[in-house]
Design a protein. Sequence first.
Length: 369
Amino acid sequence: MMNLRLVSLRFMVRFSTDSLVTPLTPQELRILKQRRRHGEFGSHRSPAWLLVLVLLIFVVVFVAVTVNFLIITGSHFTGPPKHFLPFVLVSCAVLVAVVSIFVTNLLRAHRRRRDWALLARFADANGLRFGIRSANPNYPGLLFDKGHSRASTLHLFSPTGVLADVGGYEYTTGSGEDSTTHRWCFAAFRLPHPVPHLLLDAKANNGVWGTNLPETFASSQRISLGEPFDSHYQLYAPEGYGRDAFQLLPPNVMEALLNAPAVYDIEMVDDWLFCYTQSQQDLTNPDTWRLLETIANGVLGSIAPVVGRYSDPRALAGTAGNTGYGPGTPVQVAPQGKRLRRGVNISAFIGLAIFLAYMILTRLLRLPG
């Protein structure tokens, strides 16, 4: 059973992973299949029987057409049978290739449904809920308002508790042949109170042109916390919130981030902390949950007490007579600290510059000599 408790201002998160390694019984599979059919886990792809039906229809039609062709051709052809051999071999090769593709898809579908069953059982054992695909997750993080066809995929979530949601997330940009689906893995943690908008852009997963994140922010909001932290993360905080960033990221928090066993981009916004990565994470692997335990107990366990003591004097100055900070406090972060100011996307700018240079060069080469 997942254990979430606050002891001496430290989160203690433990996940029971026995349900991921214990073989599924036929009875469990039947029950989980019924739950899936009733829509408990959200939407999912076409059932496996549909693939089998399509395969059977294709095989029957293909064999019928082939045999009919051989009969018609044979009635008008008096040469030796060996002349039919290339056609027969090509037909058999096509049939084998198609059957192989369908069998591969069926095996993938079987593994996918096994993973669904394991994750559903794991969710039951840890007080979580499992979703195959949930459209338009309503989170304030920078990923969750991009593009269209937004959805959390194969995720486990809880309406209460420290860990709110973990799994995959995808969104699509463009349309038609020019559309691109962007896939991420994320974890969403609840914080004790709202905080100013802070972004820790991990340098280890950035590309040649800078951040791997789909959003850039004004360079005037960059904050230096000194080495060795600056070599691993670029910190962004709203202008005028540098001291707040130092308060929310004291040395023990920075140490926890540097010692984390995986590299994530980290965003703190409102009363949420998000971890983002484009690396694949297998939620059916117990090691993934050990990693999440480490992040929750190390990073979040260090941040939560600091957040609990934090107050924004700019906001409190606007609430006459109210110096409290907690449930019921009308304003906890001043408007200027709630969101980072967006910047120019360098990658898009460079792409546009290359395109314009190409167009100019093309026109110059067409000029008469």
